[in-house]
Design a protein around this ligand. Sequence first.
Ligand code: AMP
Ligand code: MG
Length: 340
Amino acid sequence: MLKNSPENIKKAAAILRTGGLVGIPTETVYGLAANALDRNAVKKIFAAKGRPADNPLIVHIADFDDIIRYNLVKEIPKSAKKLAEKFWPGPLTMIMKKSDAIPNEVSAGLDTVAIRFPSHKTAQQIIRTADIPLAAPSANLSGSPSPTSAQHVMNDMDGRIDAVFDGGMCDVGLESTVITLVTEIPRVLRPGGVTLEQLKAVLGEIEVDHAVLHKLGDDAKAASPGMKYKHYAPKANVILLKCSDEEYIDYVNKNYKYGVAALCCDEDIPYLKAKTFSLGKRNDYAAQAQRLFDELRKIDENSDVLTVYSRLPSVDGVGMAVYNRLIRAAGFEVIDLEKI
Ligand code: AMP
Ligand code: MG
């Protein structure tokens, strides 16, 4: 594990320049970085993660003009400039038509490429020092929760990659918002730290892909290939309850038995009989986003937890991103107490 120091920034950059893999901190989650323009380096990412080859990677840059400097896209849509002015550097990934400089391994055979300029200072320093764009999916084993600390990366990736750079806990804690700019109306493919409301304030009309909040049909084609894979599921069975705060506590207490736990909020803890994993204060969606993956990993560490009850989150603001991840963790299993 590399601690934060100027020498270690140089070390990480050197590994990346010579085709190696480094786990790097970003403000969303830790990324597993490789030179985005070197297909052999990129192939190592898929091998280390056990990632299906048809799941494309996000290319990370450290300046808007890197898109031009590295010749990453066919053309830059006007909407990309507007969004970048407002949200870059930050947790927003934009999809544009790819150029031939992007290896097919990065785009997983699509004719588009996903690009992000992270706000995390260490990520920026590593990208600038390496002087290459970095392909970097989340640094977890495919199927496990995304890593929000260097230790999470070590747990999944030790022995599979060349180094992990320790940048502390991630601020946002969930992966970036992904928006495609190649459709007539820009469309959110994955919700994240930049909210639908914020995007609409800049671009006006925006669509939300059906798969963001709903289960994809068995033969439906995913606009964002990552959406079709089972994601973020802990070993325990997660069940979401659509209900009021009082009903939640009542239901979990009535169903309490060996193996039952609650993924809940701080305010619930004194009233629950079950073991609790708290996401933070009830109305603090940003805290809930930041802690979600860490709590899911903690649940996995407790082999005596068999069933976890959580509330169906609100879809307002960052809540939509929490909803999107939790409903996948629950395999779309929701009990609507209002209808019972
Ligand atoms: P990760 O970096 O692990 O959060 O995964 C990146 C996600 O971005 C994947 O799940 C993809 O579905 C999505 N993505 C990346 N590139 C594209 C693209 N060209 N078109 C659509 N979705 C993309
Ligand atoms: Mg991922």
